[in-house]
Ligand binder design. Sequence first.
Ligand code: ARG
Length: 280
Amino acid sequence: MPESESLPAPLRLRSATRRRLLMCPPTHFEVSYSINPWMDPARPVDTDAAMRQWTGLKSLYEDLGHEVLEVPPVPGLPDMVFAANGATVVGGKVLGARFRHAERTAEGPAYLAWFRAQGYEDVLWPEHINEGEGDYLTVGDRLLAGTGFRTDLRSHAEAQEFFGVPVTGLQLVDPAYYHLDTALSVLSDDEVMYYPAAFSEGSQAVLRRMFPDAILASAEDAAVFGLNAMSDGRHVILPESATGLAKQLSERGFEPIGIRMDELLKAGGSAKCCTLELRD
Ligand code: ARG
């Protein structure tokens, strides 16, 4: 066992691993429809501010040593900036996304075309509705899978069969946390943080069993999308207003980095939603 794992949590040595990330610029970003409780088409959106916040996130990833690739934005697909939903990539295999709402269905083929053009060969156009890494999160050698609002329960079996990794289903119950990545964030190969009230009683029990030492988010930190965070094992990028989570992360030896993503939050997304990890 490496020495760091035998130390008490606050002294555990944290090391970052370099990630390959896919992002899509918010060139055509707007809130012209509403498919989650955060989206109010009557509220004005500042596309320049969204672009500044998005560019800030991209530069931050690069400054931390990660590789960022870009998929070209498609006019008429304002939510395409939320690259996390574009697919799920595990071990170089790509499970395409099949969206719940008509407003986003064209994004699935647009993302898959990018993967094919990049030379990915093991690509599956799915039978069942799933919204990519919005609802599929890798923890170590297994997948946590959300359902309840977007991803169909039948997709969990499809993903397990395709990737050949164990898939643990989790039931989301609060419409404000409609994707798994709005309610739970993976910090390392065996650590997560989450907002318990976003999950059914049974799924809360599953999470306690799997991650007895998890960081639990307050309602306040969850409501500013503090769980829509990206960790590289050491740095955790999250909305700056999630101050309680930042404190808990520091106590565990992580380096929280607070950023502003409030313009994108008008569509119900933040840092993680804008990022798809290419697990090749
Ligand atoms: N407006 C988008 C939707 O409702 C936001 C998606 C956020 N993405 C995410 N991975 N949670 O689908």
